[in-house]
Design a protein. Structure first.
Length: 434
């Protein structure tokens, strides 16, 4: 699929002062015509000593503060929706004083037009986030999230229990009169189809997602892009405190290295919530290469544009799959327990048990499957709709196999701690009368 796209026009915004969020007003704004000017300030301080990879005894940990600031304009009237989010992301102290270093960017800048037959067309820079974000997500945990220059056609039926989205993107490095080779490490072209049906009588939902992802090979002599195809269903259930999820995806086609893909991912979970307590358990399998994988083929499942921080441990040892597993796949069995003593705060404990999907007996030093355990303790506090505070402390208890995969020392302390404040004020909102 090749579709030329144009980035939606952007607007300038003004800095504003203090916040004053009104829950009732912002809630009504979702369904009525309105104009809203809002912001977001997020500050996260971290201490890292073994985050993303194992540390060494000889290395000391490091602390830093990173912030994200956004100014947002949101408009909906006369069958037109417009949204723009101007963003600055920085680590405290990463610029020399008295130097003008440009850092502003648009995280989103899109226009959506209502069309006949309950359809709409959304165009411009936008986040593509579907289902639980395992394939297409926005990675909101990072200061710089995942945005796409894309066009999406949407349909919602009259009962609003069926939604269908079809979208695509076609990337170039700039305007040119002749064909150019795309040199950035983004996809060259992307196409997707998503459909979701609410099965209210079954207290369930069923969705299907299919994605074509075209990448330009590293070989400069090859001008065309190779495409992989990823597709699968996701089923969810929620009733009387119970919830469950089951999903499976197959991936085929050609990778950017001209390898024939034959891979899969299976995700499952179950949970229960009663009064102030909640529990959960799950198991994820992502296929990978084995000792018998034939030359010219790959069994590695690529999670594409997922929000992997949500699923495979907060310490992000497996943020980039399959690179973070040395092409051998991953299994993750996890348990969760939590308590919400009050309506505004909660404590959650996650325990992950990581392993490679396939051992590597061909390496100079054999790499077994077991990688270790991760413990994540989280505290969430939300005193108002506009303010949220989260703190976390995580530890990795790795095996020697993890050393061979990630480097570092499994026997040293590997921990990570953070405190994150997020303030989302609404500076101004106006609802248009019908």
């Amino acid at each position: 699929m090749r579709t030329s796209l144009k980035v939606a026009g952007c607007i300038a915004t003004l800095l504003a002062g203090t916040y004053a969020a009104d829950a009732q007003q912002t809630g009504n704004a979702e369904t009525k015509d309105y104009f809203k000017f809002s912001g977001q300030y997020r500050l996260r301080t971290e201490y890292r000593h073994g985050y993303r990879t194992l540390s060494y005894d000889s290395l000391s940990g490091e602390a830093f503060a990173g912030q994200r600031t956004r100014l947002m304009v949101d408009y909906k009237k006369n069958k037109i929706a417009f949204f723009a989010s101007l963003q600055d992301s920085r680590t405290w102290g990463d610029e020399e004083m008295k130097k003008d270093i440009g850092g502003l960017q648009f995280n989103e800048a899109w226009l959506e037009l209502a069309l006949p037959a309950r359809m709409s067309l959304k165009m411009g820079r936008q986040e593509l986030a579907y289902d639980d974000h395992r394939i297409l997500g926005n990675l909101d945990w990072a200061n710089l999230t995942i945005s796409h220059d894309a066009a999406v056609m949407k349909y919602t039926n009259k009962k609003e229990d069926l939604k269908v989205h079809a979208g695509g993107a076609y990337n170039q490095v700039g305007e040119s009169n002749t064909g150019t080779r795309y040199t950035l490490k983004n996809y060259k072209h992307l196409a997707f189809l998503w459909a979701k049906k609410d099965l209210k009588n079954m207290h369930s939902t069923l969705s299907v997602l299919a994605v074509m992802n075209g990448m330009v090979p590293n070989d400069t002599l090859i001008k065309t892009a190779y495409s992989t195809y990823t597709a699968g269903p996701l089923f969810t259930f929620a009733n009387k405190g119970w919830n469950a999820m089951l999903a499976g995806y197959y991936q085929g086609g050609k990778t950017e290295n001209n390898l024939t893909a034959n891979a899969y991912m299976v995700n499952s979970s179950i949970g229960f919530k009663k009064d102030k307590l909640f529990f959960g358990a799950g198991y994820d399998v992502l296929s990978g290469n084995s000792d018998n994988t034939a030359a010219g083929n790959t069994n590695n499942f690529n999670t594409l544009y997922a929000t992997n921080h949500k699923f495979y441990g907060y310490m992000d040892y497996f943020l980039a799959i399959p690179a973070d597993t040395r092409q051998r796949g991953l299994t993750d069995g996890w348990l969760r327990a939590g308590i919400a003593p009050g309506k505004n705060y909660s404590f959650t404990l996650d325990v992950h048990s990581f392993a490679l999907a396939n051992a590597n007996n061909l390496a100079a030093k054999k790499i077994g499957k077991d990688l270790g355990r991760e413990l994540d303790l989280l505290f969430d506090y939300k005193p108002s709709q506009a303010v949220a505070l989260q703190a976390g402390y995580c530890m990795m208890f790795a095996t020697s196999n993890m050393e061979l995969i990630k480097g570092g020392n499994a026997n040293t302390y590997n921990g990570w701690a953070y405190v994150m404040l997020k303030v989302s004020p609404t500076f101004f909102i106006h609802e248009f009368s019908n």
